[in-house]
Write a protein that binds this ligand. Structure first.
Ligand code: ADP
Ligand code: ASP
Ligand code: MG
Length: 418
């Protein structure tokens, strides 16, 4: 069972999470629970760091950020003990989560779950601090924003859990972010392929790596509300998905992300090897690039332009990584960090022409300028100005008629709307 930040934000919610964990134990299950930092604690810790250092040292950043989830686990263990059950809280390191050394976005290499297993054998409920591990160099690491989902899936895989339940502040995975589209439809089942595309294109309800990990290790994910007992969304293999509803829907969801930045390299010499050098420098600094566009100069001897998108948080690292190449080759580096991205995802679009045309037409009709485009067999993404993202999501969701029968009413407890 994994509880996100909103689900443990204050004492009442933390006790409610403790109550749900205990109820599960009393049904006869052995429970490992992963908790996130409370409320906006991680944002607060990041702001604290930026107050004392503009580009904080990544190792120290991880020491700082990992504290948030420890607090949640210790408090929850106290609450569970008061309910007459035995609970033990563990840091990621104590829980045996071993990662690589990429501070602030480490990857899990291995889970040595013997301590969890022995605690379960002693009839304890085990609480594990999400979003963190210990590196092969024995330093504390964190797994990137939203990383507690990945902790939960990795532990589920390591202990062979029946299911990995992700308890969050919405009732499941929807056809769009319900905070932008109130009549979005809750999806009962979503395939791994679609969920991977959704997570990669901004549906932060599940961290991308958690979905990748679940697919590789065959973990069953059930993403559901921490406020009630309703059935949420199951992420299932393509076969299980097909058994449910014979045909793939054309479009499953509209996703978006706001924190995009576009970096443009102006005046690139048009010669072999340049794109390779640029992307190698970015990869060496651990900067993830998303869409890439290069336009070839039309006339001989002219200079090329290369644009790509990166998460806004990575702009400083990208600039630093590119500086030596830029000065060597006399390139100008231009950044625009007010970009957003809107995407449609659906396995059915593989066999239906005309979907892209409809996306572009709808955005055009709403006066939304498309800055960059990328596609996969089951996704079409457009970079749009950041202030147009919500309009673009609403327009596409309604044009593809994705709304559900059960409109989500505002009185439903979604936690704080941000
Ligand atoms: P937690 O703290 O529980 O991990 P997150 O904030 O990480 O919660 O993820 C839940 C949020 O994801 C929801 O509150 C919702 O606003 C957002 N979200 C974005 N896209 C979707 C989607 N397609 N379906 C459901 N929620 C979504
Ligand atoms: N607390 C971390 C974050 O806010 C990890 C998580 O909640 O999953 O990103
Ligand atoms: Mg999350």
């Amino acid at each position: 069972m994994k509880f996100g930040g909103t689900s443990v934000a204050d004492a009442a919610r933390l006790k409610r999470a403790a109550g749900r964990i205990v109820a599960k134990r009393e049904q006869g299950f052995r429970v490992v629970a992963v908790l996130s930092a409370r409320g906006k604690e991680t944002d607060r810790l990041i702001a604290d760091a930026l107050e004392v250092s503009p580009v904080p040292d990544p190792r120290e950043m991880d020491m700082l950020l990992s504290t948030g989830e420890r607090v949640s686990c210790a408090l929850c263990a106290m609450a569970i003990n008061d309910l007459g059950h035995r609970a033990i809280s563990l840091t990621g390191s104590q829980a045996g989560i071993v990662t690589d050394t990429s501070h602030t976005k480490a990857r899990i290499l291995e889970v040595r779950a013997d301590r969890i297993r022995s605690a379960l054998d002693e009839d304890s409920i085990v609480l594990v601090a999400g979003f963190q591990g210990v590196s092969t160099a024995k330093d504390v690491t964190t797994l990137g924003r939203g990383g507690s989902d990945t902790t939960a899936v990795a532990l589920a895989a390591a202990i062979g859990a029946d299911e990995c339940e992700i308890y969050t502040d919405v009732p499941g995975v929807f056809s769009a972010d319900p905070r932008i589209v109130p009549d979005a439809r809750k999806l009962d089942v979503v395939s791994f392929d679609e969920m991977l595309e959704m997570a990669a294109s901004g549906a932060g309800v599940l961290q991308l790596r958690s979905v990748e990990y679940a697919r590789t290790h065959g973990v069953r994910i059930h993403c559901r509300s921490s406020f009630d007992d309703s059935e949420g969304t199951r992420v299932a293999s393509e076969d299980a998905r097909r058994d449910q509803d014979m045909e793939n829907p054309l479009i499953t969801a509209v996703t978006h992300s706001r924190g995009e930045a576009r970096v443009t390299l102006i005046g690139l010499p048009d010669s072999p090897g340049i794109a390779g050098r640029v992307t190698t420098a970015l990869a060496a600094s651990n900067v993830n690039i998303d869409m890439i566009i290069q336009n070839e100069p039309r006339s001989a001897g002219a200079l090329a332009e290369l644009s790509f998108t990166v998460p806004q948080d990575d702009v400083a690292a990208a600039q630093a990584a590119l500086a030596p190449i830029a000065s060597e080759l006399g390139i100008e580096v231009d950044t625009d960090d007010a970009m957003g991205k809107v995407s449609i995802v659906g396995a059915g679009m593989k066999s239906h022409p005309g979907v892209a045309a409809k996306v572009f037409t709808v955005l055009g009709e709403h006066e939304i300028n498309i800055e960059m485009i990328s596609t996969s067999p089951i996704r079409i993404s457009c970079v749009v100005p950041g202030d147009k993202v919500a309009d673009a999501v609403k327009a596409l969701h309604s044009a593809f008629e994705l709304q559900g029968a059960d409109t989500i009413r505002p009185e439903q407890p979604f936690g704080e709307f941000s």
